[in-house]
Design a protein around this ligand. Sequence first.
Ligand code: EPU
Length: 320
Amino acid sequence: MRPRDNRPARRQRIAAVVPAGDLASIISPMEGLLVASDVPLDKLSTWRAGGPAKLLVEALSLEALRAVVVRAREMSVPVLVLGNGSNILVSDAGFDGIVLRLKGELAKISLDGATLSAGGGAGLQAAASMTIKASLGGLEFAVGIPGTVGGAVMTNAGTRQGSVASVLQDVSTLSPEGTDVVFKEFEDRYREPLVPRGSIVTAATFRLESAEEQVLRTRVEEARSMRASSQPQGSATAGSVFKNPPGDSAGRLIDACGLKGKVLGGASVSTVHANFIVNEKAASAADIKGLMDLVAATVKSKMGVALEPEVTLIGFEEGG
Ligand code: EPU
């Protein structure tokens, strides 16, 4: 296992100082960018695992974001957009490129009548809470989903009460070439990206309907208490690990294989909900991925079902 990188993140406005290192120097100093080198990603992931990002860049404006994307492409430097880190596992080797986060202007939320606009880096829960306070219905299912708006669009995040696609009006993106592309039509497919992979969601608008605040709050409360009784609370997880196969439930299948409580290194299959893996004791990303592989192999051999990860895996061998 790779030793954990405990070096403190060096962070500065690169308009003032360009951090040392080849990668940092490829980005022209400009307003609206915050840059840090060798940043441990475990601190930015709800699973609390994963190696360092060679460079972490926070873009505070669309133009700053575009500049980074264009420059990274010119230099063939890989880019990974990180939302809230609540549905992703980066390997212990880390990410040898630029990890981008959308902040500032790109994380704002506003309401105009029954339309909510949010930056790709805005919190989905914060957006949903704003709509409830304004007595607008449609996004209340999202209270309790920890991701960003961008992450939610890239995974069509949802619960049994609804999914992002059902309330989405339009999505503004930056293409890998750095051009603005707006999407207005979406296919509501279970946990599939609503815009092409490789796009960066810079903003989204949601079409809502007026509703009674009390009715919305009751719905939120019901979902919250259901989660509290059926999902692990307060521990380091990434939500559901595998997608539900058509007509069945990953949690039911994993449970039926007797895997609840199964331990690998510091990771274990939750004893509360079998489709959650908990980082119990400083698990490495390899522990978590190893446990995922073990779970998938067991479900395949005992139940004949191939589970597909719901979490995004970065830096692991395909199929390994
Ligand atoms: N079950 C078991 N054992 C378990 C867990 C579940 O037998 O350990 C059974 C349950 O008894 C139930 C069925 O499996 O009959 C489905 O379980 P549950 O109702 O907990 O829902 P889920 O399908 O596992 C989905 C989403 C959750 C979302 C809930 C509630 C997926 C993969 N998961 O869970 O989303 O919170 O519905 O809407 O679609 C997430 O995506 O990260 C997530 C947490």
